[in-house]
Design a protein around this ligand. Structure first.
Ligand code: NZQ
Ligand code: ZN
Length: 395
């Protein structure tokens, strides 16, 4: 087991009606003026925004509204948010939405207190935010795990670069997670969320080094089985509370580091996908992952057959073939792919309705490898050539 530090300071309020406490929760922290950040309209349509503002008014908290975050959130909007927060002397940012809204809020929070820095430099790792405005969220979509994670992922429209970075400043003060708020998430986004939650654990489970992590392995396996069961139910019955609840809690646990403790991992498929949805913003993150993951798995599994076989046996109920463990590993990947297909998720890049051409693989690999200078470490390191092969094989 590798050494680790586990620090997940976000307070989680989980369950029915929890969002109605938001005014009281924020008041307890002592904030009197906040910004409410949201997306393209779902929070108005569902009436959630009205409930949130009512709760704030009841607690005597002043607020400014700032909506318009689109999926795969952009830097230009976050910069507008930074200006607004400074102008209005906002003390706290409340994100109400999915991962895109929460990430946009994190980006704004970093920028507000570092006015002399170009916020993009945090993403290119040329600068580090030492401080940020405090933030919290009301989650409306189980997927990214951003509600408790230390990551923030933003697209710079200037060049179509999508980049993420980790920082303690990204840990929200609180996450309010009411599964009922996800009843209105459509079938496609529910599928994307199910895939993304699985990926956050699968990338840690398969894509890293570090032996002797039996507890971490079994937590990950339990999470994956739970998400597959709940995802299948939510796919058919969007208002099944227990399924939505399992997805929501799994989403937070899957990306708050728990399922990778003791392992050294690089999320190679996430890196490949971020390039994809950076260059093609209509690609939903979960759909991009779904289109790439099984090709990646078939490309690298031979460098850690025992681990892929373990996953196949323990999560996908494949019988272990001791004569031919490779066959076991491959059958596990096949069953994972079949699960994605059962949710109508794409398993090839050509199935993404985004105008991607086969030749784009070379451009994507050029960008992902930063002109051939970056290698993604993992069970098998991916340089530019390997990245391009995966994009082409996944087409
Ligand atoms: O914008 P609105 O109108 O709210 O609609 C959204 C959006 O169109 C809709 N939606 C959200 N909640 C809803 C709802 N529709 C009906 N009812 C509700 N209750 O769903 C659409 C997608 O929302 P989005 O926030 O983009 O989805 P998701 O939560 O999957 O977030 C994706 C973003 O998170 C990043 C991704 O790269 C992508 O940019 N990630 C962030 C991570 C992190 N910070 O830790 C880790 C992830 O790996 C991921 O990279
Ligand atoms: Zn993800």
């Amino acid at each position: 087991m590798e050494n680790f530090t586990y620090w997940v300071p976000t307070k989680v309020y989980f369950g029915k009606d929890t969002h109605k406490q938001v005014g009281t929760v924020i008041k307890e922290y002592g904030f009197s003026k906040i910004m409410i950040h949201y997306g393209g309209g779902s929070v108005q349509k569902t009436g959630l925004l009205d409930q949130v503002t009512q709760s704030l008014r009841d607690s005597g908290i002043e607020y400014v509204l700032f909506g318009g975050v689109r999926p795969n959130p952009v830097l230009s909007l976050a910069k507008e948010g930074m200006d607004l927060c400074r102008r209005e002397k906002v003390e706290f940012i409340l994100a109400v939405g999915g991962g895109s809204v929460i990430d946009s809020a994190k980006c704004i929070a970093d920028g507000v207190l570092n006015p002399d820095m170009d916020p993009w430099k945090f993403f290119t790792k040329e600068a580090v935010p030492e401080k940020a405005l405090p933030h919290g969220n009301i989650l409306t979509l189980a997927a990214s795990g951003s509600e408790t994670s230390q990551s923030c992922v933003i697209t710079n429209e200037d060049g179509g670069w999508k980049k993420g970075f980790n920082s303690p400043t990204h840990r929200p003060l609180f996450a309010i997670c009411n599964p009922e708020l996800t009843f209105t998430v459509n079938r496609f986004q529910t599928g994307c969320g199910t895939v993304d939650i699985m990926m956050h654990t699968l990338e840690r489970y398969l894509g890293g080094k570090g032996k002797n992590t039996p507890l971490t392995d079994r937590i990950g396996e339990g999470l994956l089985k739970t998400v597959m069961e709940a995802g299948a139910v939510a796919d058919k019955k969007p208002e099944d509370y227990e399924a939505r609840a399992s997805l929501m809690w799994a989403g937070s646990l899957s990306h708050n580091d728990l399922t990778g403790l003791g392992r050294a991992y690089v999320m190679q498929v996430h890196q490949l996908e971020h390039e994809l949805s950076g260059m093609f913003p209509s690609v939903a993150h979960g759909a991009g992952l779904s289109a790439l993951f099984c090709t990646w798995a078939r490309y690298v599994y031979r460098w850690d057959v025992p681990r892929f076989a373990q996953l196949a046996v323990r999560v996908f109920h494949v019988d272990m073939d001791f004569e031919n463990p490779e066959a076991t590993a491959l059958e596990g990947i096949r069953r994972l792919e079949a699960f994605f297909e059962s949710l109508s998720m794409p398993v090839r890049l050509s199935q993404l309705d985004a105008g991607i051409k086969k030749e784009d693989g070379a451009v994507l690999a050029e960008k992902c490898s930063q002109g051939g200078t970056r290698v993604l470490e993992g069970i098998y390191p991916l340089g530019k050539k390997e990245m391009e092969q995966i994009y082409l094989l996944a087409y």
